[in-house]
Design a protein around this ligand. Structure first.
Ligand code: ADP
Ligand code: ZN
Length: 742
């Protein structure tokens, strides 16, 4: 292909001209693939080189891609030249193959996948020399020396250059002091030498000594890493059994092998304690990769990874696309987490793609979880993955006792949400001077605002969703599109005054109830509304560890990996919450989430207790949690999915049609339905309006392709999509292996 240049085609197009060197260049643009460009004589290009090329009126970055078996038919004179090669290490063949693989698997344009791999603006520009300060040679004037200035002079060796912020910190002064000293001839600006951006983690830094099954699992993982070949291990084990310490050993082995390790965490913003543990084990912090990095850190990190300067990187799912020159280990911690699924743009599951990335790089892959997904368990059972299991908590800590509280029997007071047994348990825990946690996976004050006079419900104008009240901010908010309005004083439907009433609880409402019940207790609400970003999460965790909090009230952000030794009681306010909706994995996910939350209790000497408030305490989910027999639950779950060829015993792909125009969306969905593939082991469900029929002002319909496991969905999808034209006013998203069904 040649880039779109204009409409005119001339006679010359059909002539063959003596071929001069040309290359395919992949452009990081969602709609583009690779285009052919001419190689000017002064450039010697190889696949992987990062180059600048013209595209229309613009100059864009691209990567020289591997040649196709057959040359494209684009005529020589229509080719534009490559403008320059950028001064960055070439993209490795493994990363190029990975990008092609992800694009083909997810049916995304390779350019869209490449864009994720180049998502570090400025990383291809030459590194800017950084300025710092050094001591000025002694002059004639004798400027005044304050104690602050003396500290600065003491912090600098003759000839040494320090960056402003580092020097200011070392001397405990503000940057204004440094500028003042420069004006008075005490300091002068100088260029910083370009040292390593990331200190290397030390694999032999003294760390905890693995014991018993931990040592066995650690040795097995290390052997996998040392083999320098692809292989997947599922590392399971109860919460607090030492899984993190075990895979740290594998990371250490990877460093000794001189290769890079990548650790994916589902929510990097909540990983403050994980980072402390890493520092304790390896002596330095790892490199980080997530969406909240500053552009400069992003650029530096990308470059340092490309230059092989980063030994260990911990990141969110997008870190999979970083240019590691020699990846030796990929760890996916909390592998069951749905946060690993990216639902926008290129729709992919980072856990599954991590396995692919490791395979292409000939690296070891470790999937870690206390509650592994049925997918990974099934792979382990089939022998595709090795399995390492840690059966008990480290240091003799026992697992918490889990008990369901039947809300039909122990009803909370009217308008309240905490049952008498839960209230009594919290009271007793606080009286013992221990910490308690109330968990409710719902932000805000109330999920529904209803008119008592006419029954009107406050809905989002752009989405099929109720508005959630956030009382502290005096707002009604849509959690899907961010629409915000002030709570009206009269019903918008019947105009009745003061008739709007909050229905159901969110964490803010539980906090209100807790404040009335335990006014003395120091309470902390942890939800994404008030805990924004890594620093806030770290500060909250620190407060809990220091015991300056007695009662924690939180959403799912409190479920993740935290280790709070003084927390002994967890109360789940609505254990039935995740079970509604009839999603394929609703039960599995609820067990995983609640087991994680429960795992926060009793992680040290004092035993833990967990109460699950439920209207259906006999539900298999509650039973599994009470008996702490997740294996039995997963076996039963597998037996429910196997006969109907539901994942992981079959394959799914969803098509999501949307348009601002209702008729357009409906028509496209119908056309897709008419063109749907059929055959033995192939089934298409829908089209049907999506449960979220309206989202951000777009009307949505869904179709679901279900296949036997031995049938690949991509060829079917490609053939199917080729039959239907998508109008410009509609969008068609393909979701292979869907996790959400909304
Ligand atoms: P998991 O990842 O399975 O939840 P962790 O690795 O977080 O478990 O371990 C739980 C706690 O026990 C952590 O504080 C960890 O440092 C500690 N720990 C685990 N194994 C050991 C060990 N062998 N020696 C000392 N401390 C350990
Ligand atoms: Zn909305």
């Amino acid at each position: 292909m040649a880039p779109p240049a204009g409409k005119h085609r001339g006679l010359l197009d059909t002539l063959t001209v003596a071929e001069r060197p040309r290359v395919r260049v992949m452009l990081p643009l969602p709609l583009a693939g690779a285009y052919d460009y001419r190689v000017p004589p002064e450039l010697d290009l190889a696949p992987g080189d990062v180059v600048t090329v013209p595209l229309g009126q613009r100059e864009v970055f691209g990567v020289v891609w591997d040649p196709l078996p057959e040359a494209s038919g684009v005529a020589e004179h229509r080719l534009k030249p490559v403008l320059a090669r950028r001064d960055v290490p070439p993209m490795t063949a493994t990363l190029r193959r990975f990008i092609d693989w992800v694009a083909a698997y997810t049916l995304s344009p390779p350019g869209a996948v490449l864009r994720m791999a180049l998502s570090a603006p400025g990383a291809f520009d030459p590194a800017e020399p950084r300025a710092g300060w050094m001591l000025a040679p002694p002059g004639n004037s004798q400027p005044r020396l304050t104690p602050e200035r003396r500290r600065v002079l003491a912090a600098l060796q003759p000839g040494q250059v320090l960056a402003g912020p580092r020097l200011a910190e070392a001397a405990g002064v503000s940057s204004g002091v440094l500028r003042g000293m420069a004006e008075n001839g005490l300091l002068r600006p100088a260029l910083l030498a370009h040292g390593p951006r990331f200190a290397p983690p030390d694999p032999d830094h003294p760390g905890p000594v693995l014991a018993g099954p931990q040592a066995e699992a650690g040795a097995a993982l290390c052997a996998r890493v040392a083999a320098r070949a692809f292989g997947v291990t599922l590392l399971s084990g109860v919460t607090g059994s030492g899984k993190t310490e075990v895979y740290f050993d594998a990371v250490a082995e990877c460093l000794r092998q001189g290769r890079q390790a990548l650790v994916l965490l589902p929510e990097i913003a909540l990983s403050a304690q994980w980072l402390d543990r890493f520092r304790a084990r390896f002596g330095v912090a790892p490199a980080l990769w997530h969406s909240e990095l500053s552009p400069k850190t992003r650029r530096d990190t990308w470059r340092a990874v490309a230059e092989g300067e980063v030994g260990v990187l911990v990141g969110a799912r997008s870190a999979l696309f970083l240019p590691f020159p020699d990846l030796g280990l990929v760890v996916v911690d909390e592998e069951h987490e749905t946060a690993f699924k990216q639902e926008e743009g290129v729709i992919y599951h980072a856990r599954d793609m991590a396995v692919v990335r490791a395979r292409i790089a000939a690296a070891a892959c470790v999937l870690v979880s206390a509650t592994p997904s049925l997918e990974s368990l099934t792979n382990a059972e089939a022998g595709r993955y090795a399995l390492q299991h840690l059966p008990s908590r480290h240091g003799g800590a026992t697992l918490p006792k889990v008990r369901a509280v039947d809300l039909r029997v122990h009803a909370p007071e009217r308008g309240k949400f905490l049952s008498p047994p839960l209230v009594a348990a919290v009271t007793a825990t606080l009286a013992r001077g221990e910490q308690a946690m109330l968990f409710l996976n719902r932000r805000g004050y109330a999920p529904l605002t209803l008119c008592r006079a006419c029954g009107h419900r406050m809905r989002c104008p752009n989405c099929t969703a109720w508005l959630v009240e956030h009382r502290a901010q005096r707002r009604l908010t849509c959690h899907h599109c961010g629409h915000v309005e002030a709570p009206p004083t009269a019903c918008p439907e019947c105009a009745a005054e003061h008739s709007l009433t909050a229905v159901g609880p969110g964490v803010e409402r539980v906090q209100e109830e807790a404040a009335a019940l335990w006014p003395e207790a120091r309470r902390l609400v942890m939800a994404s509304d008030n805990i924004q970003g890594p620093a806030a999460a770290a500060a909250a965790a620190e407060q809990i560890s220091r015991r300056s909090v007695d009662l924690i009230i939180g959403t799912q952000i409190v479920a993740k990996g935290w280790h709070f030794p003084h927390l002994t009681l967890v109360g789940v306010v609505d254990a039935d919450l995740g079970l509604a909706g009839g999603d394929l994995r609703a039960a599995e996910r609820t067990v995983q989430l609640l087991h994680q939350v429960a795992g926060r209790a009793g992680r040290a000497e004092a035993p833990g207790e967990v109460l699950l408030q439920s209207f259906s305490p006999d539900h298999p989910v509650m039973q599994a949690l009470e008996s702490n027999d997740l294996d039995a639950f997963m076996i039963a779950e597998a037996e429910m999915r196997r006969p109907g060829h539901w994942p992981p015993f079959g394959r799914l792909a969803a098509l999501i049609v949307s348009s601002e125009d209702e008729r357009t969306a409906e028509r496209l969905a119908r056309d897709l339905g008419l063109a749907a593939p059929s055959g033995d082991g192939v089934q298409v469900l829908g089209p049907a309006p999506a449960p979220l029929a309206l989202l951000r002002g777009r009307h949505r319909h869904r179709l679901l392709l279900k296949c036997r496991r031995d049938i690949a969905v991509q060829p079917l999808l490609r053939e199917w999509l080729a039959k239907v034209e998508v109008p410009g006013t509609a969008r068609l998203q393909v979701d292979v292996d869907p996790v959400g069904f909304m």
